[in-house]
Write a protein that binds this ligand. Structure first.
Ligand code: ARG
Length: 405
């Protein structure tokens, strides 16, 4: 598709308040002689939103949006992924990856209202997030241009950016420089860079932000009961809570017990292996509980088929293909499968471990009379030999024929 040469007058910039995106305000303004509107998503990260807004305006933005999208994030992005039990490469619960399509969708809505000519974001050229933002923009508003200042600008280092900031009266926050690159939201925190770039090095204690080190955790276990309706958590320890409250509560509880730490080398979409650590206490607790309840309420074929799909769903999310027909179709299948995922799972938190210890449901497929080994057994043992004869038939024949050769 051809790029139009129309002048860019108005740019909507995804803005975090950090150095890169602050420098981007000024740089875009100068380069395009355009008005900059900033967009910042409140996804539950602890930040002084008033200060972020003021900084954007002080740096030259004409308007600064601060958008509380926590509820939509949990309900329409996190919980669907939870219903799938989606983990990228069997470990990463996708906190960062799930947030990107929602941020993009909200930016599209604002862009259309504000009549902007271009989106801009602060992602580098070697990460996943540039892909997630841009694929989502293209899916929802292909007519709006996309700018990626960090891929294009002349600065070769953080020091050069700081120099530019000083020369342009951009406030550089005086906070102690963290050696890590951090992305946080309600579903987890993603931490990379610094010493973590050596995959042989154990993450130092200060690299983790939410969870306690195992030697700081309580000496007694905690038990927590989580209730689900159609695969979605609705109550903790018998108390009905909103989606945000459930996630917050389980993050706090899990963090106290050191639950939810993940250390992995993952494969980025752009072909690079990278070492990242994550903390997702609520994610680990909820997925453990959800899987436990599914084991009771899903029939064997649905459960196994669904599990075989989970990796693909996680991959689609990780690869930026949230707004795709396949992801939507998988959600439809999963929603159907979750009709009977109603009930309660009981989880034990102890010394950084989260263990499923109980499950119950009115929709349970567990039949005590069939399962038991005591005298109340109702299973017809004599139907087993005939079943095994037929089940064995093809392998019996194949082995015999091959042996004869
Ligand atoms: N590797 C994760 C992903 O691609 C997180 C990326 C952002 N991480 C960060 N520390 N800034 O989803």
């Amino acid at each position: 598709m051809t790029e139009s040469k129309k002048k860019i007058n108005k740019i909507l910039l995804a803005y975090s308040g950090g150095l890169d995106t602050s420098v981007a305000i000024k740089w875009l303004q100068d380069k395009y002689d355009a008005e900059i509107i900033t967009y910042t998503a409140d996804l539950g990260q602890k930040q002084d939103w008033k200060a972020v807004e003021e900084k954007a305006l002080a740096t030259g933005a004409a308007k600064a949006y601060i958008d509380d999208i926590r509820e939509e994030f949990i309900t329409d992005y996190v919980f669907p992924a939870l219903k799938v039990n989606a983990l990228y490469q069997e470990k990463y619960p996708l906190a960062t990856a799930l947030a990107r399509p929602l941020i993009s969708k909200r930016m599209v809505e604002i862009a259309q209202k504000e009549n902007v000519d271009a989106f801009a974001h602060g992602c580098t050229g070697k990460g996943n997030d540039q892909v997630r933002f841009e694929v989502s923009y293209k899916a929802l508003a292909p007519e709006i241009k996309i700018l990626a200042p960090l891929r294009d600008w002349e600065f070769k280092s953080r020091d050069q950016e700081i120099e530019y900031a000083a020369a342009n009266n951009i406030e550089v926050t005086a906070t102690k420089d963290s050696p890590y690159s951090i992305d946080q939201n309600l579903w987890g925190v993603s931490i990379e860079c610094g010493i973590l770039e050596d995959p042989w090095e154990e993450p130092p204690a200060d690299a983790y932000l939410w969870t306690k080190d195992v030697d700081q955790t309580p000496d007694e276990p905690a038990y927590v009961e989580i209730e689900f309706e159609k695969g979605v958590p609705t109550a903790v320890d018998g108390i009905s809570l909103s989606p945000i409250e459930i996630v917050n509560k389980l993050n706090d509880l899990g963090a106290e017990y050191g639950v939810g730490r993940i250390d992995m080398v993952e494969d980025r979409l752009v072909g690079i292996k990278s070492r990242e650590i994550y903390e997702a206490p609520a994610g680990e607790i909820l997925m453990t509980a959800h899987k436990g309840l599914e084991s009771l309420t899903l029939d064997r074929d649905t459960k196994n088929y669904k599990a075989s799909m989970a990796a693909k769903y996680a991959e689609m999310t990780y690869y930026g293909l949230w707004f795709s027909p396949l992801r939507e179709a998988m959600d439809a299948f999963v929603d159907k499968s979750q009709q009977t995922v109603n009930g309660t799972a009981r989880v034990k938190l102890y010394k950084s471990q989260c263990t499923l210890v109980g499950r119950k449901s009115d929709y349970s497929l567990y039949e005590h009379g069939l399962a038991t080994y005591d005298e109340s057994d109702v299973f017809d043992h004599q139907s087993a030999p005939g079943f095994i004869n037929l089940w064995a038939l093809p392998v019996q024949v194949a082995n015999q024929k091959n042996r004869d050769k």
